[in-house]
Design a protein around this ligand. Structure first.
Ligand code: X8Z
Ligand code: ZN
Length: 606
């Protein structure tokens, strides 16, 4: 989904107002189809013209945070917000006009593609933008001091990956979560303003607006995500049970009890969202193991961040997609600059909605970032593929699609077969490595699912007013325990605002998209492997170099958001709905194996 207001991760030049149709001009007679089409055409032309400005301001701010760039970005953001809200309201004028399907879809997109709509009253858009700037900057410039050393979040990420001393892990976890405390006062104000704006657009609250992005009713979308979760939950519980037992064996009862939830900081990731970094702790006992360590392989072959990105590009071009333009290499930010503050959280940009695509990452040479490079490039290749669409259709079929493209490619790019093809490993391990490989993948892919779901469950509750600000943190941990089966490493201070320690909360980037993407990417992958005629274990399939698969894939990408997402899905997979059976197929042997390992254990955490 194209977001008319900039939001990180897949950023496109933004849509602003259509000219000459202020709300006050609403005619009394029902508008004609010709008026509707004229409105949309004029809007597109204007959006093309002004969108680039806001995107360039946002790029400068994100790659050089100062008071001034924050000021500029908040001003541009406020103006854009006010204009796109007006614009959404104007689009509603044509609700009862019979128009052609293309115009109807464009009107639909115009009405709901705003993340935090500002109320129309004077000053509200600027107030909201100022809050967003403060929250974002607090997150991106956050530092902690550990043993006298000042550390950034990427330093902490690096250490959490490897640290196995529970006291040191806890100190890092608590220090980072303290960074979010000052956000507690601003967050309720952001919620109130966005809700007021959403109500003006006719939505119950901002959560209802976010749930309206999926070509179905908001309630149907919530029900769909719950249904998908119900399908994968038993597998997650199996994994949780096994990992908890291994953590207990490593750390003992005092650190990680044998029953109940897992201590959130022990999982190798600040948010316990992906657990692959503690694979060493959970590796199957008495097994030859994975046969390689991707981080070590990248280091041994002297990969640097640029080489990681070049390698990622190579996968896409092997599918027949055109290489990235020279400007990508000149203008991207691939590593953290030494001399200035930046937004380090990885994102992919399309600055002119044509071909000025870039990534912004603080890339480090490790397995996680190897994968993230493929993820980010997925956004860029998607953006290029739909660049020929009319402006309003230049977006993902939905935001989950946008997040799933690079992940789908990454599923092939992590296979030992592919790693050998690009010279990262010397030998493809035999079938004895399949369970270790699936376990390593599940630690990232399956572990993520409840987190992917609960981040927006929390925001939906908050936007709906079901939780008051005094209980924001309790509600967060209630969901973290209910869905993920984790608890903080100690009691939380009364002034904690732990959701703000996650980028997408501080930055107001919607999150259900990542939950969807975990499901879609396996649907794409299973379909691609079938097209390639693959009959072996799914986890061993790589479509590297398969131009026929690439052409079919590009045909889906090229649709952008011109069609409802089920049609885009069908173009590539033949399937019309979200379907967790692909993820179940991929991991089936591991699920069986985990069930065996867990025999005699009391799984779950209630
Ligand atoms: O934010 C991201 C990407 C940018 S769209 C790096 N991801 C989510 C996260 O980091 O929480 C990718 C996986 C989930
Ligand atoms: Zn992304």
């Amino acid at each position: 989904m194209k977001t008319l207001l900039l939001t990180a991760c897949a950023v496109a030049a933004l849509a602003l107002a259509a000219p000459g149709l202020a709300a006050a001009q609403t005619p009394t007679a029902a508008p004609t189809p010709a008026e509707a089409k004229a409105f949309v055409d004029a809007a597109e032309a204007e959006l093309m013209r002004v969108g680039e400005y806001a995107a360039r301001v946002a790029w400068v701010q994100a790659t050089y945070i100062t008071d001034d760039t924050n000021w500029l970005n908040a001003k541009a953001g406020a103006e854009a917000n006010a204009l796109s809200v007006k614009y959404a309201k104007q689009a509603a004028r044509f609700d009862h006009t019979t128009v052609d399907p293309v115009t109807r879809r464009k009107l639909y997109l115009l009405k709901q593609a705003i993340v935090l709509p500002a109320p129309e009253r004077a000053g509200a858009a600027q107030a909201l933008a100022d809050i967003q700037a403060r929250l974002g900057t607090q997150y991106s410039t956050g530092k902690v001091v550990i043993d006298g050393e000042t550390l950034t979040l990427d330093d902490l990420d690096d250490r959490l990956r490897k640290e196995r001393d529970p006291a040191k892990i806890k100190a890092m976890w608590e220090a980072w979560h303290a960074v979010a405390k000052p956000m507690a006062a601003d967050y309720p104000k952001l919620v109130a303003l966005a809700n007021e704006g959403s109500a003006e657009l006719g939505y119950k609250d901002t959560g209802a607006l976010w749930r309206s992005w999926y070509d179905m009713e908001p309630d149907a979308f919530a029900a769909k995500t719950d249904k998908l979760w119900a399908q994968v939950e038993p597998f997650y519980k199996n994994l949780h049970c096994y990992v908890r037992a291994r953590l207990n064996a490593k750390y003992g009862d005092a650190v990680q009890p044998r029953t109940g939830p897992i201590r959130a900081d022990l999982l190798g990731n600040m948010w316990a969202q992906e657990w692959g970094n503690i694979y060493d702790i959970v590796a199957p006992p008495n097994s030859p193991g994975l046969g390689y360590d991707l981080t070590a392989a990248l280091e041994a072959k002297a990969y640097d961040p640029v080489k990681m990105v070049k390698t990622g590009e190579g996968f896409y071009t092997s599918l027949g997609l055109a290489p990235l333009p020279d400007t990508f290499w000149k203008r991207s930010m691939i590593t953290r600059p030494r001399d200035r503050e930046v937004v380090c959280h990885a994102s992919a940009w399309d600055v002119d909605n044509k071909d000025d695509v870039r990534i912004k990452m603080c890339t480090r040479v490790n397995a996680d970032d190897f994968f993230t490079v493929h993820h980010e490039l997925g956004h860029n290749f998607y953006q290029r593929a739909y660049a020929e669409q009319p402006y309003l259709f230049r977006g993902g079929a939905n935001d989950g699609f946008h997040e799933a493209i690079g992940d789908f490619v990454g599923l092939s790019a992590l296979t030992p077969t592919y790693l050998k093809q690009v010279g990262l490993i010397d030998q493809v391990p035999g079938p004895e490595a399949d369970i270790p490989y699936l376990l390593r993948m599940a630690m990232d892919k399956i572990a993520f699912l409840p987190f992917g779901l609960l981040v927006d469950k929390w925001r939906w509750q908050v936007f709906a007013g079901e939780v008051d600000p005094a209980h924001y943190n309790d509600a967060w941990w209630k969901l973290r325990t209910q869905y993920q089966g984790i608890v903080p490493p100690g009691s939380r201070p009364a002034d904690a605002f732990d959701p703000g320690a996650k980028f997408h909360i501080a930055d107001s980037t919607p999150y259900a998209r990542y939950f969807l993407a975990r499901v879609y990417q396996f649907q794409f992958y299973r379909a691609a492997c079938r097209q390639a005629g693959w009959t072996g274990p799914l986890n061993r399939c790589s479509v590297y170099g398969d131009k026929a698969v690439g052409a079919k894939f590009e045909a889906m990408l090229a649709l952008g958001q011109s069609k409802p997402w089920p049609e885009a899905l069908q173009t590539f997979t033949g399937e019309k709905d979200l379907d967790a059976s692909a993820i179940a197929d991929y991991f089936a042997p591991l699920n069986l194996w985990l069930t065996k390992q867990n025999k005699g254990q009391t799984c779950g955490w209630t």
